[in-house]
Design a binder for this molecule. Sequence first.
Ligand SMILES: [Zn+2]
Length: 494
Amino acid sequence: MEERIIFFDTTLRDGEQSPGASMNSAEKLRIAKQLERLGVDVMEAGFPASSPGDFESVQMIAGKVRNVEVTALARTAKDDIDQAWAAVREAAHPRIHTFIATSDLHLKYKLNMSRDEVVSEAVESVKYARSLCDSVEFSTEDGTRSDRDFLCRIFEAVIAAGATTINLPDTVGYITPEEFTKLIAYVREHTPNIHQAVMSVHCHNDLGLATANTLAGVEAGARQVEVTMNGIGERAGNTSLEEVAMNLFTHKDQMSFTTGINTREIYPSSRLVSMITGIVVQPNKAIVGANAFAHEAGIHQDGVLKNPLTYEIMRPDTVGLSSNRMVLGKHSGRHAFDDKLRQMGYELSGEELNSLFGKFKQLADKRKEILEEDIEALVAEEILRIPDVYELLYLNVVSGTTAVPTATVRLKIRDEEAQLAGFGVGPIDATFNTIVKMIGSDAKLMRFSVNAITGGMDAQGEVTARLQENGAVVLGKGTDSDIITASAKHLSTD
Ligand SMILES: [Zn+2]
């Protein structure tokens, strides 16, 4: 019988630790629902002790996700574990995930604890967590830089205390695949009760080896992989879910495992995460990049037309990217539109559906065909957005090689309408300056990016921008077929 690889997704916890990726509860829940459709086995919904907001979103997700184990992170402290448990206890399948650092470097400079103290604290915490919850995971932070005999000692102790999963993280993204294979093999050989727990690996991509290391871990006996969508996470990110999933799928002959992943949900999940976090996927990113299935060289194009297998090791539709993604047009009715939304996993209220259908009709008048990405963008624009304090009523921008870029903006600010014109070095700068003046803000634009969501000249543009005001950094998103309008939409939201 084929063994199963458990996909532990930490997009909502480690992924959220990407600089600037913070999400609100509604956005996290939307991702959680998509991860459920994608078929992850475990989702780490957050770190409840880190903030009240995190606690609330973990609790909300635990109450609404039914088919996935929901876990929360906790340091080895009673209070952290209590909070993690309070947040996940309503889940259909709860798990507590507790951790402590085990490398001498962390023991000396961070924890100021001896190895004996670390073992006894880990054991106490796992015992306590097990008294609350049947599924308990224990992680050795900075595991790959820890003494290997100490790892065996602490794993043996926590398994005896009731840990059901033990995780060996490469927290700093330092190890190589060969060394990782050796380390895991050593740990498995020298921890007498190792077979009473599932072994897990958690890698970071600082040297670009996260996927390779994770697969090396699987080869050495790990049966849980900790991953994030698009590989987002601290610094250079975590292991990317889609890369591990598609490696297992494509190399079934060498790595014969089953997984719960529905590969066709990979691309929609990737889009949702990038849209919500504002972290754009690089075009050459494996599996989910815009160019991942684009063939540029004539010889390649010719070959693919004759037989896709000449240059494609996997089919785009396997990851949910079908070549014919035209789904709806201007003659599609409300019912077809609602059906499509449901297929895509969006269940909207009657009122939401009405307002979205109106926007869909407007877009369908401008474009011949509406793709799933367009619909996603509409949902993000109309439904997921926080109620606007400002509404953009009118925008006229004059720009060109001889004109001074000028923007005329009319905004509804709460219930009052206001209008102003302003200049800038370019059309977006002019729009930004004018809006900032109108709303009396001293915000500074820190980063600005425009991304075409769909192909072609009439693609919808997605703008993400990071602003700083009074020391607070905020992220905004706007979508429109006109990128300047998209920019203004986002600017007038914050
Ligand atoms: Zn991590």
